[in-house]
Design a protein around this ligand. Structure first.
Ligand SMILES: [Fe+2]
Ligand SMILES: [Fe+2]
Length: 339
């Protein structure tokens, strides 16, 4: 199926909004800026494994998938020069403005409504690969100056994971983790409910979230139901029960959970990959259950590839396509997916 979309046009369903090309350009640029800021923050951390157990006083649990070496950090990325990513200063103003809006608008009420919208509508029916192509065209055509497209980032992440000999499900996560950005062309309200770091709503906003002062404008900040340590949750209730701010991660997690046979680790990588306050700053440990301790290791293992594979070579999409079509079929048995 050929998607010839010359400009971001009104989206494929009657429920969608129209998105102008300059909007899409902004989304892509903003997303790059956010990435740079997160790379910088990550570069302060000592190592990919970062003594998670010590910081959170975690004990290891036995329940994990039977697999060999997928959690071991890549030697390749240990030697990367993180200073190369320090062009973040220019990015900072845009990123700060973005987070001011996101932190004000991601309320419990908005999040409930977003989930109702998600469950009561089908935005598009297509294969995973068609989804990648559509995202690529929509964002690419809106920004001819961008050197790397969405599909490049997807393939670079997946190929880096594959090169390190990680399991096939892990490679597929690399390919599809950002596919939820399609949301921007469906029924998002702006950039603030598609990209950016995520965080729990319904309980006190952690000081470890980037630009924490901007939550003062969020109505939930002064709501006694939502502004205590546990808020609507309970101690060690598990992140499964926690509502994370709505965006491409949460959206794609629900799509993948419903339509794929990916293991829990893969679903966690998709759901939590922008949850930097948790996987990088180690906030919200008091909401975690034993299962989340294992998931945190998985998410951290994935994060290195998400952050640093953008510096890699560009791949030939047509050459790699057969390999990834087979990989998609292995984990998404019903080829046509409700997005
Ligand atoms: Fe992402
Ligand atoms: Fe990504």
């Amino acid at each position: 199926m050929n998607h010839k979309i010359s400009k971001p046009t009104p989206t494929p369903t009657p429920t969608s909004q129209s998105t102008s090309s300059s909007d899409s350009k902004l989304l892509d640029r903003l997303d790059d800026d956010i990435l740079k800021v997160n790379q910088l923050r990550g570069s302060f951390k000592t190592s990919p494994s970062h003594s998670i157990e010590t910081e959170l006083h975690l004990e290891s649990t036995s329940e994990t998938i039977a697999d060999e070496n997928w959690q071991i950090a890549s030697e390749y990325y240990k030697n990367i020069d993180t200073k190369a990513f320090r062009q973040y200063e220019l990015a900072c103003d845009r990123v700060r403005q973005f987070y001011e809006e996101q932190h004000e608008k991601q309320t419990v009420a908005y999040n409930i409504q977003a989930r109702i919208n998600f469950k009561t509508k089908t935005r598009a029916k297509m294969t995973v690969w068609e989804g990648l192509e559509r995202l690529n065209k929509l964002l690419d055509d809106s920004d001819p100056d961008t050197e790397l497209s969405q599909i490049d980032h997807a393939l670079q992440t997946a190929e880096a994971i594959r090169r390190d000999g990680k399991p096939r499900w892990f490679q597929l996560v690399g390919l599809i983790h950002d596919l939820g950005k399609l949301l921007y062309f469906f029924d998002s309200k702006g950039q603030w409910d598609v990209v950016g770091d995520t965080f729990p709503v319904g309980c006190k906003f952690s000081k470890r979230i980037i630009f924490p002062d901007s939550f003062k404008k969020n109505p939930d900040f002064v709501n006694p139901l939502y502004n205590t340590k546990y808020g609507i949750y309970s101690k060690h209730c598990g992140l499964d029960k926690v509502m994370l701010s709505w965006g491409h991660d949460e959206y794609m997690y629900h799509v993948a959970k419903k339509n794929s046979v990916l293991p829990a680790e893969a679903l966690a990588m998709i759901r939590y990959h922008s949850f930097y306050p948790w996987h990088q700053e180690l906030a919200y440990s008091y909401l975690m259950d034993d299962h989340d301790k294992e998931m945190l290791k998985a998410v951290k293992a994935f994060n290195t590839y998400d952050l640093y594979s953008k510096s890699d070579q560009q791949y030939n999409v047509e050459e790699l396509k057969p390999y990834y079509l087979e990989l998609i079929d292995e984990f998404f048995p019903n080829k046509i997916i409700d997005f």
